[in-house]
Design a protein around this ligand. Structure first.
Ligand code: UDP
Ligand code: MG
Length: 312
């Protein structure tokens, strides 16, 4: 019987220092998984350092190394999508280059698919050691919020590191939307999923590409991509305000008729005008978010542009 192929997709953005460590570890794991042949697919996400050169050197030494290089930085979501597109494996895994996704978990993940009958195995961090506490706090709030807002389940601490069968990958490739939020897309396609928990590992080299602000925007992307409930908010708030103002009008009319009070209160009036104005702008902003996503989606721009691959 022909040996089955496992593709390891590694998205790399300025990872020249991590790749050698990563390659060493992943080849060790590959040696331990004898029933499989391996393919290491590096996606260079428009790195400005020597990442591409490091990958090319590896591919000259090792036949199993393939690569795709982008014309500029398109972001990790685009890199993962390209990886899934180019992967030839029967099993496919997504990994970071910084060894924060422990490669030896792969063995356990593979067993879960072949022996326990799962279609896909995801990983989640149960600790956030080494991360600023404020970031962990916001991350936790985000997961609570998005799970309230969305029908698709988002697992707290879930990583992009996962092993999938070809069938799962093909169904993810069918979701070719421009605004990609992979954590949601993986849950969206369903299939039997096993979760493996592990302790957070710190980067081997280089530094994280995520600033707090970038993560915040990413969180908003997640919400707009997987929930339309915020759009209902404007309607609900509007209705509430109508009711409140109707009651207020009745009270004022009654007071004037019965007690003959002149209606005073310029300062309170100003506050109300500001408040209502603020709420309206907020709601318009929410609609704007969805509109901008729709706008970008209708342009049908490519998710990534490839400059070169190992075939040339
Ligand atoms: N990455 C990428 N494109 C980007 C940013 C990051 O391909 O625009 C890759 C990066 O090289 C790494 C992985 O995505 O392999 C995770 O990035 P990072 O370690 O910075 O994120 P963190 O682990 O801190 O969430
Ligand atoms: Mg990392």
């Amino acid at each position: 019987m022909k040996k089955q192929l496992l593709t390891v997709i590694v998205s790399c953005y300025n990872e020249q220092d991590s790749i050698p460590y990563f390659y060493k570890e992943i080849t060790k794991v590959a040696d331990r998984m004898k029933p499989l042949t391996f393919e290491f697919l590096f996606v260079d996400d428009g790195s400005q350092d020597n990442t591409l050169q490091v990958i090319k050197n590896l591919s000259q030494k090792d036949q199993r190394v393939r690569y795709v290089s982008f014309s500029r930085n398109f972001g990790k979501e685009a890199a993962m999508y390209a990886g899934l597109n180019y992967a030839k494996g029967d099993f496919i895994t997504l990994m970071d280059a910084d060894l924060q996704d422990p490669p030896n978990l792969l063995i356990e993940m593979y067993d879960a698919i072949t022996q326990e009958g799962y279609d896909t195995v995801g990983t989640r961090r149960v600790t956030r050691k080494g991360e600023p506490p404020i970031r962990s706090f916001f991350a936790r709030c985000f997961y609570k919020l998005i799970n309230r807002l969305s029908k698709v389940e988002m697992v707290d601490g879930a990583r992009d590191y996962r092993l999938m069968t070809r069938q799962v990958v093909d169904s993810i490739l069918m979701l070719n939307e421009y605004n990609r939020y992979s954590k949601g897309l993986f849950s969206f396609v369903g299939f039997r999923t096993k979760w493996i928990a592990y302790e957070n590992v710190e980067r081997v080299a280089g530094e994280t590409k995520w600033s707090f602000w970038k993560l915040f925007i990413y969180a908003l992307d997640g919400i707009t991509a997987f929930s339309t409930i915020p759009l209902m908010l404007a309607g609900v708030i509007g209705l509430l305000f109508c009711m409140v103002s109707f009651i207020a009008i009745l009270v004022i009319v009654a007071k004037t008729l019965i007690f003959g009070d002149p209606t005073g209160g310029w300062p309170s009036m100003v506050c109300i005008v500001f408040f209502v104005g603020g709420v309206q702008l907020f709601c318009t902003g929410i609609i704007g978010q969805y509109l901008s996503k729709t706008y970008l989606e209708t342009k049908h721009r490519p998710i990534y542009v490839v400059k070169e691959t190992e075939q040339e």
